[in-house]
Structure formats: C-alpha cells, structure tokens
Design a binder for this molecule. Structure first.
Ligand SMILES: Cc1ncc(COP(=O)(O)O)c(C=O)c1O
Length: 400
C-alpha cells in the first residue's frame, strides 16, 4: 500500500516496541523484570474512580464541548494557579486526549514546512516524530550528564536561527530526570522572547521532583504568558495513564485554533474521564506525596544498584521516575574496554532475550550509549532486575 509522505516520516514509538516485546515474553510465561513502562504502577486514587462512576450513573455520557467541559477547564486553571503559580483563565485552556495529544495538536497548529523546532536531547521519543509529522525540522541541543542534563539558555540561543519557531522544554525530563532550575528556565524564557520563539513547557512530571527540586512552571515567571505554552497531563501525577486526559494552557488565539482542530478530529475527550479529571483537579492530592516518597526510595535503590555495576555510570535523576545509566563502556562503538555489543539497542535486546530484563535503549531518546529504566515498579522487582543486570554485565566482563 502507498501511504502519505507525512506518515512515512515517522516511526512507531520505540518505547511501545519494547513494551510489545516484553509482553510477548510474559505471555509465554517468562518472568520479565520490566523496567520498560513509563507509567505509575499505582492504581488511580479511589476518589477519582468514584467520581467517574458517579458520572456514569448520572448519564454524563453525551458529547461535551470539543475543548472540554467548562468546569474542568476552570478547575485546571485554578489547580495550576494554586500548585504552580500561573494565571490562566478557562478561555486559555483546552482539554485533550492526554498530554501527547495536546503536544501533537499544538505542533500541528504552529509548525509547518521550513519551521525549526529546538529539542534538547536526550528527549522523549515522541517530540521529534511529532515535529516531523507536521513537516517541521527538529534541531537538537545536547544536554550533559555532568550538568545533570539541565537545558541551558546559552546553548538554546546558539541554536536559534530565523527559522526557529518553537522550543520544547520537558522538565522534569523523560528520560534523563533532568530538572531545569527556575533561574535557568527564566533565562530560557528571556531568550525565547528576545528571538520571538514559542516556549512549550511539558510539565507532565511536574509533581515528581526530588529535594532540593520543587514543582515549578515557567508560566509563573513575569511576562511569561506572551510566549509560553504549557502542556500538562493527569497521567503521571494522578496515576491516570489509561484515562487519557491532558491539557494545553496558552494564548486564547492558540486555544481557539486547538479547539477548531479537535472539533474536526477527536471531538471531546471522553466525558467520563473529564469528570474523573475534574475530581483530580479539585479533590485531595494526598496520594501524590505518598507516590513521590515511594519513587524516592526506589530511585535511591536503583541508582545505587546501577552504580555498583562495573562499566556503568548513572546520575541522580532530579525528577520523574527514570534512571538513565550510561553503559558505553560495554559498547564497541563507545570504545569500551568491556565491549559486549555494538549499540545500546543491541544490549537492550540481549538483556531481554538472555536476562529477561526489559529496558528502553538510549538511541530511542537520541542518546546512544544509555539505557532507560523506569522505576515505577516495586522495590522487589527492582532488586530482582538489578541482580539480573549485575550478573549479565559481570558475565560479559568475564568473557571480554
Ligand atoms: C515527557 C512526556 N510528555 C508527555 C507524555 C504524554 O503523556 P500522556 O499522553 O499520557 O498524558 C509523556 C508520557 O510518557 C511523557 O513522558
């Protein structure tokens, strides 16, 4: 079959590909230590589930406005103001089918052929492909482990050209856990304003930051609203990945364009999920610190465990729930002394086949030589997985 150029420009999400391989093994009864999924292992909190059940019982099952129900848009703005000190109003908010859909739509309405979009790397797998699908060109700016993978305003400014239309900053970052300190974020905003570049802040992990980092939104900075577009999601903060609710906050004209696009594509996000999200935005947030405390324990265990493996280095992630070890010592291409394979993709495959450990290769995130391990899994599974990793790399070392 013949497909359009735009669909041929993108590839299936590599994280989805890893998940599928791990699932195949599990279906055969293999006990996989699964560090693949980028989603909380906690259930959606009861009060949110109950709100959804009430919505079903009271027949909240009709079409809603394409951009989401007004009470939810108001509640998102109030929540964002309370938690992250912004000042958006309902007309500056649109609800979408998850944060990924929000990002896809924003890029669809802002980016066209010839436009450049700056993306700090390592980056979430979907950013470059969404830009390519829209016809734009991703321009990568490297972040570095020795700088805790922080995005720097000076590096951004060097990458800006007259073609640059948008910068995407994802803090805390998937996959590195890198957090942009508020002062640096404000410098980045100043650079964007100076060069008339839109700044998209992906805040999907905003509430999973480890001390001394704190939840922060660049929308709280003075004069930010002129140039800032915020992407948020219920998925991670409220363990609601399957409900598919995300949102965009930004200038009213942009929001109207996004509503127009939704009105001719998805229509509204599921009505029941919107009522669940309304409860998430207005109800207790007790479960968030509980999850964060658990992630903090797991982070400590996994980073220490990875660092104990010969030829592996690993920074402390400042946020999110991913460890991002460098394994280039084990790669021939990385000039490694303990070379085991050509690439991290090959290592990831060997780990799945031989050690039954599922990880995502760094190449998927524009970071050859790395692996991403999600620690949104129990301490017991982390212990089991670390044991298998240690044995895998030790055998490799012995064979080298
Ligand atoms: C950095 C980042 N942004 C956005 C998303 C989208 O999440 P969702 O579409 O579930 O809201 C994800 C999900 O993994 C992510 O890691």
């Amino acid at each position: 079959m013949q497909f359009t150029d735009r669909i041929n420009r993108i590839q299936i999400s590599p994280t989805a590909a890893v998940l599928a391989e791990a699932e195949k093994l599990k279906a055969k009864g293999v006990d996989v230590a699964d560090f693949g999924p980028g989603e909380p292992d906690f259930p959606t909190p009861d009060h949110i589930k109950n709100a959804a059940m009430r919505a079903i019982e009271s027949n909240k099952s009709k079409y809603t406005p394409a951009g989401g129900i007004l009470p939810l848009r108001e509640a998102i703005c109030a929540w964002h103001k309370r938690e992250l000190h912004s000042s958006f109003e309902a007309k500056e908010c649109v609800v979408s089918v998850g944060g990924k859909h929000s990002i896809f739509n924003v890029i669809s309405v802002l980016i066209q052929h010839g436009d450049h979009v700056i993306i700090p790397v390592p980056c979430w797998v979907s950013f470059p492909d969404i830009v390519k699908y829209a016809g734009g060109t991703p321009v990568f700016v490297q972040t570095h482990p020795e700088d805790a993978f922080t995005v720097r305003a000076s590096a951004i400014e060097k990458a800006i050209t007259p073609k640059t239309k948008l910068l995407i900053v994802n803090s805390p970052c998937n996959p590195t856990g890198g957090v942009v300190p508020p002062e640096e974020y404000e410098r980045i905003l100043a650079v964007c304003k100076k060069h008339n570049v839109w700044l998209m802040g992906d805040e999907c992990y905003s509430h999973f930051t480890y001390a001394p980092n704190k939840p922060y939104s660049v929308a709280s900075a003075h004069g930010a609203k002129e140039k800032v577009i915020i992407i948020g999601s219920m998925s991670k903060t409220f363990a609601m990945t399957g409900w598919r609710i995300g949102y965009t906050l930004g200038p009213e004209a942009l929001i109207q364009a996004l509503v127009k696009l939704q009105s001719q594509s998805t229509s509204n996000p599921t009505s029941i999920a919107q009522y669940a999200a309304l409860e998430a935005m207005t109800g207790t947030m007790d479960t968030v610190p509980v999850m964060l405390a658990e992630y903090a324990k797991r982070r400590k265990r996994i980073v220490e465990g990875l660092r104990a493996i010969s030829g592996v280095t690993c920074e402390w992630p400042g946020g999110a729930f991913y460890a991002f070890p460098n394994i280039s010592e084990h790669l021939r291409n990385g000039g490694g002394k303990q070379a085991l394979a050509k690439s991290d993709t090959e290592i990831a495959k060997m780990l799945l086949d031989r050690a039954h450990v599922a990880v995502v290769p760094g190449e998927a995130f524009g970071a050859p030589g790395y692996l991403r391990l999600s620690y949104a899994t129990s301490i017991e599974r982390i212990e089991e997985g670390l044991g298998r990793l240690e044995r895998f790399f030790a055998r490799a070392e012995a064979a080298a």
